[in-house]
Design a protein around this ligand. Sequence first.
Ligand code: SF4
Ligand code: SF4
Ligand code: FES
Length: 251
Amino acid sequence: MTTEPAADPQAGKSWSVEVYRFDPERSVKGHLVSYRVPRLEKMTVLDALAYIQRYHDRSLAFRYACRLGMCGTCTVMVNDIPRWACRTSIERLGGETIRITPLRFLPVLKDVLVDYAPFFAKYRAAEAYFVPGEERAEIAPISPKSRERRAIDPNLECITCGACYASCTMLAHDAEYLGPAALNRAFTLIRDSRDGARAERLAAVGGEHGCWRCHSLFNCTEVCPKHLSPTRAITGLKRSIVLDRLRSRLR
Ligand code: SF4
Ligand code: SF4
Ligand code: FES
């Protein structure tokens, strides 16, 4: 004779939230811990982390700042997909259980708090920073309607959240790969007529760990919370490298 499993008194009233816990001062590896979090209206993944920290364990470490989808600091893996925690509704994820783990390919400092230093080091390696082409005393705006500006519109307003970086399978093969975010920024700069480092930047992004490593599977584009397309930017970098080489041969 089989017996009915006992009904879970919390079912329908709460979610089960599994959170990766790791304290480098206490152990060498982390593990998942399950917490019950009440179903509150419009509850986000960030709300769940805050609830757990407040009512279950004060030592839980995670990062956030704006809570409005502007700073990008709250990004974590939710059910193995990188998402901004403050704008991810638990209800919309469906299911009774969610799993929150640290962003992939970045060192874990504690729990779901990661060190972004390697992510930003890739910006330096890609020379993904503005280098003025000439000294100007006055502001040099580029019209939003200009061809130059429209060409990079789909790649502007990155919030450096790292979601694309954590989704990129190439980083599992090559930890030094520059990654979608830095390459996306490099692309916007080589299309900026005020910038003076096109050749140096294309040399940096065209190296062994640069844009040629991208296999254009669009993982980064799919997860970007700002709906940017780093994949498109990387294709643009490849095209620019080829065109510049052809032009230099024809000179
Ligand atoms: S399209 Fe390129 S940069 Fe984007 S996830 Fe794939 S390999 Fe990485
Ligand atoms: S390109 Fe998108 S996913 Fe990548 S860091 Fe910028 S905002 Fe985040
Ligand atoms: S806290 Fe700023 S984007 Fe989530």
